[in-house]
Design a protein. Structure first.
Length: 263
């Protein structure tokens, strides 16, 4: 829970919100941000494997095709709904939160084109909100109410990222899970994520990333530990621009993903 004896820092970066809210259809095959869509399968794989390895009883009795049935998940900074949709298909009750008006409209429109997701929207099992995490937490019922909180490739685009981690952690119930992925602040990340990815290979738009906003995983781990979390895993993610696929790697000097459980 967020301490009541300190003033929370604002995490909203309007420049970043505006930047990502002007890229047209993220779901299209020729989207400038298709790399994020290509990252989604490994995110889902990681979440499922970590839950099975750390808390197998959480999903052991669930149907094969809806293993996340009965779980409440928050996807903070959901964009157009790449991860949100996947988690909804797996049976979870999912809230996708984003400050981009276009992104939320895109997420709803895309979900409405699929019968299963359209039904989930209709019955409230899939909800998209154009709101900040600060706004979500104005409702005290949200504190400690989610089994799983995810925030993928968001920390490098917010102000006061450690405050953002604290806010995300306050949504997680006891014995619940948090999954975060972002970019390390190293020379390697400057070289690969900005120089190569943006300026040389043009895999993503110039200006997508700012090295000063990258964050060392040790800082996130320290913040989570202070918030009564136990770190269960930390892995690097590597991209192959030829096959346009991602894989896990022990090297966390560029992209990384982590999992922690609240005690």
């Amino acid at each position: 829970m967020i301490s009541s004896d300190r003033i929370p820092l604002n995490t909203i970066n309007q420049r970043e919100i505006d930047f990502f809210d002007n890229f047209g259809d993220w779901w299209s095959e020729d989207s400038e941000l298709k790399g994020l869509r290509e990252m989604n399968p490994i995110r889902v794989q990681y979440i499922m494997e970590q839950i099975k390895n750390s808390k197998p009883t959480l999903i052991a009795e669930n149907p094969l095709f809806t293993p996340l049935q009965g779980l409440r998940i928050a996807d903070i900074g959901c964009g157009p709904g790449f991860l949100t949709e996947s988690l909804s298909r797996l049976g979870a009750e999912v809230v996708g939160l984003d400050l981009g008006k276009t992104n939320i409209a895109m997420a709803r429109a895309h979900a409405n084109n699929d019968p299963q997701l359209k039904n989930n929207l209709k019955n409230g099992k899939l909800v998209y909100m154009e709101a900040s995490i600060e706004t979500l937490l104005e409702d005290p019922r949200c504190l400690g109410s989610f089994d799983i909180v995810c925030s993928m490739e968001v920390l490098e685009h917010v102000d006061n990222p450690l405050e953002f981690v604290r806010l995300c952690s306050s949504l997680v119930k006891t014995d619940g899970h948090i999954f975060l992925s972002t970019i390390n602040r190293t020379f390697a990340s400057l070289f690969y994520m900005i120089l190569m990815a943006e300026y040389v290979l043009r895999l993503i738009p110039i200006g997508t990333h700012h090295h000063r906003q990258f964050i060392n995983p040790k800082r996130i781990i320290s913040t989570l530990t202070t918030s009564q979390f136990v770190i269960k895993d930390l892995l690097g993610l590597k991209y192959n621009p030829v096959t346009r696929t991602w894989r896990f790697d022990n090297d966390t000097s560029v992209n990384y993903i982590l999992h922690a459980i609240k005690q």
